[in-house]
Design a protein around this ligand. Structure first.
Ligand code: TMP
Length: 240
């Protein structure tokens, strides 16, 4: 089994370790959660275990649908071996229904379905608070080439189609989500980081109850409960 070497990076919700293979690293998910660029802090016991297993489970389902990811192998409840990638510093956000910053920015009521899914990029930079950035800005700054942006958009919409179906099967509407992509040693852009209730807005299809990190962001009171709920529904549906 791959062994953890030095800590390469500590993020808000996970640590990334080197291994003895320069092309592989190990994610260790923490129980922590932050919101509003780290200003609000919280956690619940077992969050790291749920998010690790849920992200891996979702990545496996996406791979079955032909989407390439950085995932190699789940090592333990909290740890996963992944391909080392150069993360492209863009948060790639797809939305199906208005919510969150979109609703605020454009004055559209939360819950308004879109005619077409939207795609936007934020520049991954904590000091600047991850500002919105457009394709031309990304090209001007050398963050991505035109071809990269096309590839990233294709990945984002393919993930949206696949995720919508995965969640529909367990009675959940996929409102929006954020992904990150990275370049492998071979130069291929693949899905990286994680997909979990930290990075998606998930609403119960019947009641519109929020089954995601908005429970924490908005102090709705059932942070841990809803993560357990989504994980239980995925297990019930897919592991029978
Ligand atoms: P937003 O409406 O706050 O822009 O969020 C859009 C989606 O992106 C939502 O599903 C939550 C997710 N997200 C992250 O994963 N990380 C972040 O830092 C932010 C701001 C949003």
């Amino acid at each position: 089994m791959a062994e953890k070497k030095e800590l390469l990076y500590e993020g808000k919700a996970k640590k990334v370790y080197a291994t003895d293979d320069p092309n592989l690293c190990i994610f260790e998910y923490k129980d922590d959660a932050t919101a509003f660029n780290g200003i609000k802090k919280g956690s619940f016991e077992g969050k790291g275990e749920i998010n690790n297993q849920m992200a891996n489970f979702i990545f496996r389902l996406l791979e079955k649908k032909g989407i390439k990811t950085h995932m190699v192998e789940e090592l333990s409840k909290r740890e996963t071996l992944v391909k080392k990638v150069d993360i492209i510093p863009l948060e790639v956000i797809v939305r199906n229904i208005a919510a969150g910053s979109f609703s605020k920015r454009y004055g559209v009521e939360e819950g308004t379905p879109f005619k077409e899914p939207t795609l936007e990029f934020s520049y991954k930079n904590d000091e600047l608070g991850d500002p919105l950035i457009n394709d031309y800005h990304a090209l001007a700054l050398g963050i991505a080439t035109r071809e990269d942006i096309k590839t990233i958009a294709n990945i984002a919409f393919s993930v949206n189609d696949a995720l919508k179906e995965i969640f529909k099967n367990i009675g959940i509407k996929l409102v929006d989500f954020k992904i990150e992509v990275g370049r492998t040693a071979e130069g291929e852009i693949v899905l990286a980081d994680e997909i979990s209730p930290d990075t998606c807005r998930l609403w119960d299809a019947e009641t519109n109850k929020k089954l995601d990190k908005d429970q924490f962001r908005r102090d709705l009171g059932e942070f841990a409960e809803v993560y357990h709920e989504v994980w239980a529904r995925l297990n019930d549906y897919y592991k029978k």
